[in-house]
Design a protein around this ligand. Structure first.
Ligand code: NDP
Length: 241
């Protein structure tokens, strides 16, 4: 299963959107990839498409035990992780209300605590030989708008934590923050507030930035020589405010 001398990239949320596109881009660059997500059928199909050196590992970033098991399996089958792409996330937008309180808990547990826990679990592997962490934040990590408060809070939190981590782990591990605007993925489909989902879906239906375009940026960042780090990338569709 393991490809000799190929770097190992662990990608959370690899079952769709930006995570799946990142897996494709990194395999094209010669990486081995560990595909983490909850939907086993999706990551198994992607692993089959990508072929040798792609490993599907069912894991939930809100469940530390599943991440520990994933880290052990990856080290055993592919080798220790060199790259961690913290991409798993949910965007459950809507007006601030007690009706949405379960959404708030889920977003904080997945987007913020899930990313922190995944990093804590894989950090020893990443430190062993020069690693990279790519944290997928958002334009919402810089700009809060009515109706996105808790999602924005998770991404603002991610930005602050990511910068602190960057300073702690350099130069052994490089940390990069990616902040996309609207990208054409399944992200809005999970919104529980019906009117908000319909409105946001309309915006995504005409989205022109593809997950592959974000993945290309991630692959470019990772390909820089070790003495150079791209700390942060903010990108938007040309017509997004
Ligand atoms: P998708 O909905 O297509 O992908 C989200 C991924 O996260 C899925 O693979 C999903 O897999 C995974 N995921 C969600 N919760 C968990 C969990 N608890 N454990 C493991 N995996 C989980 O959306 P995107 O590709 O757009 O989203 C990827 C990241 O990009 C997110 O962090 C999002 O906030 C960020 N982003 C997206 C933008 C956009 O416009 N699309 C803009 C800015 C940032 P599964 O359900 O199988 O577990």
């Amino acid at each position: 299963m393991s490809i000799k001398n190929a770097r190992v990239a662990v990608i959370t949320g690899a079952s769709s959107g930006i995570g799946a596109a990142t897996a494709r881009a990194l395999v094209a660059e010669g990486y081995q990839v560990a595909l983490l997500a909850r939907r086993a059928d999706r990551i198994e199909a992607l692993a089959a498409e990508l072929g040798e050196g792609a490993l599907a590992v069912q894991a939930d970033v809100t469940d530390r035990d599943s991440l520990l098991a994933a880290a052990q399996q990856i080290a055993r089958e592919l080798g220790p992780a060199d790259v961690l792409v913290n991409n798993a996330g949910i965007m459950l937008l809507g007006p601030f209300s007690s009706d949405q309180r379960e959404d708030y808990r889920r977003m904080i547990e997945s987007n913020l605590l899930g990313t922190i826990t995944t990093t804590e679990v894989f950090l020893d592997q990443l430190k062993d030989g020069g690693g990279d962490i790519v944290n997928i934040s958002s334009v919402a990590g810089r700009t809060a708008r009515a109706g996105n408060g808790v999602y924005a809070a998770t991404k603002w939190g991610l930005n602050g934590w990511s910068e602190s981590l960057r300073q702690e782990v350099l130069p052994d591990v490089r940390v990069t923050l990616i902040e996309p605007g609207v990208v054409d993925t399944e992200l809005p489909g999970h919104i529980t507030h019906d009117a908000t989902r319909d409105a946001v879906q309309q915006m995504y239906d005409v989205a022109r930035v593809s997950p592959a375009e974000v993945a290309e940026i991630i692959a470019f960042v990772l390909a820089r020589p070790r003495h150079l780090v791209i700390n942060e990338v903010l990108l938007r569709p040309a017509d997004q405010l």
